[in-house]
Design a protein around this ligand. Structure first.
Ligand code: GPP
Ligand code: MG
Length: 287
């Protein structure tokens, strides 16, 4: 792919972006992600969907924690699989972009499934290094590459991507700017898939529980309406919208009972149950 890689000093444009990068660069001792990733080498930075197997909470107590970790990891991998299901027909010659690629789990799964070139971008240099080391260990570094770049300004060639996704990263940026960049990157008929948490316009404003989630991750959760306004403004036409809220609640219930709970479980459960917050998948085509 022809690219104009921004100089390292030009990746972070604002004080806010610098603070987000600093947060993710310092987030290195996070068993809630590392212990799950150690299960099979797929390191995720997103949540899970689907019912958990209640038998993981029973049985011998000395192996209970391992069973819960494996089950949470299975639910997170199921979430990434669902995202990939919505990318449409992808050929080995296509190029994909993982915007806000974290430690690289979804990108590696995309490569396993489609065998095509996958580029991931993140503003955390620690995550870039972690994910590239991992791609190297998997022997796929020639096809799956992670870059220290800003998803608002990737430097990749116009029209070069068959599909772009964001897996829980859009709450860090202005959606109009983000979707303008995706619209530029996607070929005509290309697909954008987003999984995100967004607040409910209908219940009115940002609830206390949603504010606690923002504070925890230094993000700004958008209202649901903002996604559709910003897609429409950028020639991105929704083909599928799936409310995953009910599907993600079991993950949070299991996580709350695990040894790797971080304290953010209650705000997520409260926000989802009171209806002030949704977990959505949105797939849209570039016209
Ligand atoms: C990343 O997951 C989570 C976010 C970027 C926060 C916002 C997401 C919403 C849906 C609101 P993670 O795996 O790094 O989080 P944790 O460490 O808590 O598992
Ligand atoms: Mg996590």
């Amino acid at each position: 792919m022809t690219t104009t890689a921004p100089a390292p000093g030009k990746v972070l444009h604002t004080a806010y972006q610098k603070s987000v990068a600093a947060y993710w660069n310092s987030n290195r001792d996070d068993p809630v992600n590392l212990r799950l990733g150690d299960v099979d080498g797929l390191y995720h930075h997103h949540y899970g969907i689907g019912d958990y197997d209640p038998s993981v909470l029973e049985g011998p107590s000395d192996t209970r924690d391992d069973r819960i970790i494996k089950e949470m990891h299975r639910l997170e991998t199921t979430q990434a699989d669902l995202l990939l299901d919505h990318l449409g027909d992808i050929s080995p010659g296509d190029r994909l972009l993982d915007a806000g690629s974290g430690r690289g789990g979804t990108s590696l799964m995309a490569y396993q499934r489609f065998g095509c070139q996958v580029n991931g971008v993140t503003i955390s240099e620690y995550q870039v290094e972690f994910a590239n080391n991992h791609a190297e260990q998997w022997g796929v570094a020639d096809r799956v590459k992670f870059h220290f770049r800003n998803m608002l300004d990737t430097g990749f060639e116009t029209g070069s991507c068959r599909a772009v996704w964001t897996n829980e990263t859009t709450m860090y940026v202005n959606l109009f700017q983000l979707f303008a960049e995706f619209s530029r990157l996607l070929e005509y008929g290309g697909r954008y898939v987003c999984i995100t948490g967004c607040y409910n316009d209908v219940t009115g404003g940002r609830s206390k529980a949603v504010s606690r989630i923002d504070e925890h991750y230094i993000c700004n959760i958008h209202p649901r309406s903002e996604y559709f306004k910003a897609l429409a403004a950028n020639n991105l036409v929704p083909i599928n919208v799936i409310d995953l809220t009910a599907g993600t609640i079991p993950y949070w219930e299991l996580r709350a009972r695990s040894s790797v709970a971080t304290g953010i479980e209650d705000p997520f459960l409260t926000a989802y149950r009171e209806g002030s917050f949704h977990y959505l998948l949105i797939a849209a085509d570039r016209i």
